[in-house]
Ligand binder design. Sequence first.
Ligand code: NCD
Length: 352
Amino acid sequence: MVNKAAKPTDALIGHDAWNIQLDNNGHLKHFLTTEGLGSNILTQILDTAENFTDINEKSIKKVPLLRGKTIVNLFFEPSTRTRTTFELAAKRLSADVLNINISTSATSKGETLLDTLQNIQAMHCDMFVVRHSDSGAAHYIANHVAPNISVINAGDGRHAHPTQAMLDMFTIRRNKGPDFGNLRVAIVGDVLHSRVARSQIHALNTLNTGDVRVIAPKTLLPVGIENMGVNVFHDLETGIQDADVVIMLRLQKERMAGALLPSEQEYFQLYGLTEEKLRAAKKDAIVMHPGPINRGVEIDSSVADGSRSVILDQVSYGISVRMAVMTMTLGREPEKNDNGSGSHTDNMDDKP
Ligand code: NCD
């Protein structure tokens, strides 16, 4: 029986959380977190996305891989970039897409999350793309949906944002080649509130990145961050020294409960990326940011718009990576008898 009073919380993200991501054959069924997935799956996402990049650059950007499938964007939190790239990805795969903005819809009328889900499920959809402000929400939904439905986490609280992390890995691979072993990747800023940083760190470590660094004031780092396999710095120029990749994070003011920072100006003085500070990194270092950027807070406009910036490429690659995740998770026949052994034939035969 479903406990209707249950609410997604951090406690729901247990140690076996990632196990539900794979079916009995080891294929991706849901994509909820990069944590715990093997390098084979992460590399498969990157390789599949590589094929879709060609399609996205053609004049006719459509393939029939998910024709007849229905994908529902369930956004409990506002988003522009992520929602629109998921929508474009689905449309380029010929799926039908429904956008439901829950914050202005049913739950504001008192309906529980599960009731909302069950109603949408009754419309016979194949995938939920979920964004929610509670950590654990996507896992919670994946644990409660009908067995034929795949769930993609489009960002849950501070916990995970796996498609963003994979489009970031894709951007790094495109610019720096497939061997992450010699790379120094520096993640700068509000790691404490960042689901993007957590998903990036897991993915970078799974892909055997040589040196993963985080750079932030102590107040913007989670306790025990060292245990995630990163080297911690508090000084920007020391931290990005000889880095191949510098990833800037947005100051997530909407998630800050108290005063964690003296002022935005002071933050920019110490942690804002300027052309001058970027000189500490390698000459060919790339600068990334998941967006939306706060110009003059975490990044200077001249860097955001400069020749090292790949911020807009990240957005473009986001479509290919989301197409890859959608086909990998839906590339299975609807399960007739929930044994997780749905075959990977059907529409995957005409994979690009
Ligand atoms: C990120 C998010 O929402 O987690 N942005 C995004 O997905 N484009 C990062 C952020 O909001 O700072």
